[in-house]
Design a protein around this ligand. Sequence first.
Ligand code: ZN
Ligand code: ZN
Length: 354
Amino acid sequence: MPALHNRISQKELKERLYQETESRTTISFYRYFSISDPGQFRDELYTALAERKVFGRIYVAREGINAQISVPASRLDDLRNYLQSIPGLEKLRLNIAVDDDGKSFWVLKIKVRDKIVADGIEDTAFDMARKGQYVNAEEFNRLTNDPATIVVDMRNHYEYEVGHFENALEVPSDTFREQLPMSAEMLEDKKGHNIIMYCTGGIRCEKASAYLLHKGFRNVYHLEGGIIHYANTVKEKGLPNKFKGKNFVFDDRMGERITGEVIARCHQCGRPADTHTNCRNEGCHTLFIQCEDCATRYEGCCSPACQETIHLPADEQAILRKGIDKGRQVFNKSRSRLPGRPAPLAGRPIDPLD
Ligand SMILES: [Zn+2]
Ligand SMILES: [Zn+2]
């Protein structure tokens, strides 16, 4: 019986990764499908992927699977064949990360969770088997040529702020679980309209599409493969691109530019800017948009107070940090952008897939 968990230290695993000579390919995939025994599914998957030297993190739930993994390049085809042979994962599309060194993972972790995307839905009648129709880039463009079609962005406010589809509706919340009921409320009188939902890679909007159908909406679509796949497709096929600005991504780059337009503004001086940064004061670390001039002027800080703090001796800074919530703060303008909404609120930018 092969071990179903790793018993080697993190340090040693990381060293082993760096000693590998073969390059790794980083891939991601998800699928909503019914898994009757997630524990058993997990154990079988772990054995098969460990044999293929896969690293990464995978969540398995009764509603499906969500994975970010790396595999030695020579084993990619074998891995794809294996995954597609699993009942329910037929024709699974693997998203290959482009500019990635394959060194993001050095251990394989497969966890059983309640949901692959936390949704806060308590209604037991909700069923992921009944979801909206997929649209590809061409269909998205065609449907959105009709001004009556409603496009809904199911990402967080700081993702929307730097880039979104033309005329897309923002659902102003920090969390996906809040956005679900909020989106249904905002669209209450549009139940017969064509509604297209989208997110970064498709996993959130797919669930949102099922939620709206559950709430009695009739013509719900969602963008297959999300913004990432759309951007690649319009480029490849020379189609009109209706996404403006940057696609926010949860890694060090904090965004991939899709078009040259800068649609956001510096949170300090108000001039056009769309570079997200974290305040340099470790006790603050607020996520905000800062232009180059302000980055120089405030030394990467979000405020004069934080700028003062970073020049204090390290031990004094440590004292100031005590008792402060270590959660990452985020500058939220979306609520203030909408009329009748309360003042900006700070929250924690969390990878919604975490
Ligand atoms: Zn500025
Ligand atoms: Zn700060």
